[in-house]
Design a protein around this ligand. Structure first.
Ligand SMILES: [Zn+2]
Length: 394
């Protein structure tokens, strides 16, 4: 189904600026090399009114987050460490609210962050069957359903409001941004804070990181477009800061009240730094840059006899699909996630293997390029092809 109105403000004018062709669902790793993967258009547009960047194709949630969904937060050691620090930060800043009124985590996945709040009143909400079951198994209280105003009303009808709502890399995944924010506002009802983290759109644009575009990522945020979307539901920006997750993320603290102390100056500085996003030219160069990256990457790959990929993140599917690459060029893919090992990259039929189980290729395509530093230093002596922000050999 193709979107005709903005996911945040409902405006009907969506300007398409990037067309990555047809691509499989990025996380739907297949059981065999030749198993057919359904493909869907991957086109990105910006709302002419609120500047929310969004996918035009809305793939049904069941297809994206059903039983095949294989992303488990706790499988990634760096992500688990990130969650521990995140929980410490929430306790340091809002410990009183957490203790008195409890925490809801929207999109709790397998409970990797929520487990740090198990000692207080807590609730996770997540529609992905496998990860939600894993969260329940580790002792978290979980509502295994999609989140929006309806779910928030259901929670309120059997429980009271909460002091802190965490939505960590969730708003990108929802079909209706407005409904999700309405649900968050409903859970807080007049007090408390929502801590919302999203991938940071300006970093994606500046780094040419078109591989971060895949069907699960329906929406892309800046402080400016997020602030507009939140204010429509009576949620106001208290604080905002940039973090390192996923190649550059934005963490925003929202409050249902205007009456908080002045915003830190970094919020004003950040907002001012986003002035360029008001112009369509901020988006329009992306297609040409993606195509130049494809040409250069194919050229670098052709210089090596045997290439494997390092890391099988969802974004690798977009990169391979857009570049027309399969197992004839990328022979195998090394990944530390057990659930992915023995499976294949959708659409490309590339086998995923555990580290240390294959020979050393002439070069690795560094798919998990957001972990460039740790991966390269932990695996010395290899040749690396790094695709972004412009393809280079290390
Ligand atoms: Zn809009």
């Amino acid at each position: 189904m193709k979107r005709t109105t903005c996911a945040a403000c409902g405006h009907p004018e969506l300007d398409q600026f990037l067309d990555l062709g047809q691509s499989p669902i990025a996380d739907a790793y297949t059981a065999t090399a030749d198993e057919e993967s359904p493909i869907f258009p991957l086109q990105v547009a910006v709302c002419a009114k609120c500047k929310l960047v969004q996918l035009l194709e809305v793939v049904p949630a069941e297809a994206l987050f059903g039983t095949g969904y294989s992303f488990y937060s706790s499988a990634s050691a760096p992500l688990s460490a990130y969650h521990r620090a995140y929980a410490d930060d929430v306790m340091a800043r809002h410990g009183d609210l957490v203790t008195r009124r409890g925490v809801v985590e929207v999109g709790c996945n397998d409970g990797d962050l929520l487990r740090h709040f198990q000692h207080v009143r807590h609730l996770g909400v997540d529609p992905s069957t496998g990860p939600a079951a894993a969260a329940i198994e580790r002792g978290c209280v979980v509502l295994p359903e999609p989140f929006g105003l309806l779910a928030a009303e259901q929670i309120r009808s059997i429980d009271s409001t909460f002091g802190v709502v965490i939505a960590n890399h969730v708003l990108a995944h929802v079909e209706d941004v407005s409904d999700c924010l309405a649900g968050i506002a409903h859970l807080l009802h007049g007090g408390g804070v929502a801590i919302v983290e999203v991938q940071y759109l300006p970093d994606l644009l500046v780094n040419n990181a078109f591989d971060l575009v895949y069907h699960e990522h329906r929406n892309f945020f800046s402080l400016s477009n997020l602030e507009q979307a939140a204010q429509r539901h009576g949620l106001y920006v208290m604080n905002a800061e940039l973090t390192n997750r996923q190649g550059g993320s934005l963490r925003v603290t929202l409050s249902p009240s205007h009456h908080f102390a002045a915003q830190p100056s970094r919020v004003t500085v950040l907002r001012a730094s986003e002035g360029w996003l008001d112009s369509l030219s901020a988006y329009e160069g992306m297609q040409g840059r993606a195509e130049r990256i494809r040409t250069r990457l194919l050229d670098l790959l052709a210089q090596h006899d045997q290439v494997a990929a390092y890391g099988a993140p969802a974004k690798l599917t977009t990169l391979l699909s857009f570049c027309g690459l399969d197992a004839s060029t990328i022979r195998w893919c090394v990944d530390t996630t057990e659930a992915k090992q023995g499976r294949f990259i959708p659409g490309a039929g590339i086998p995923i293997v555990a580290p240390g189980t294959s020979e050393r290729p002439d070069a690795y395509l560094l798919a998990a390029h957001n972990y460039l530093g740790p991966i390269v230093s932990a695996n010395p002596g290899n040749r690396w092809i790094v695709p972004f922000p412009a393809p280079v050999i290390l």
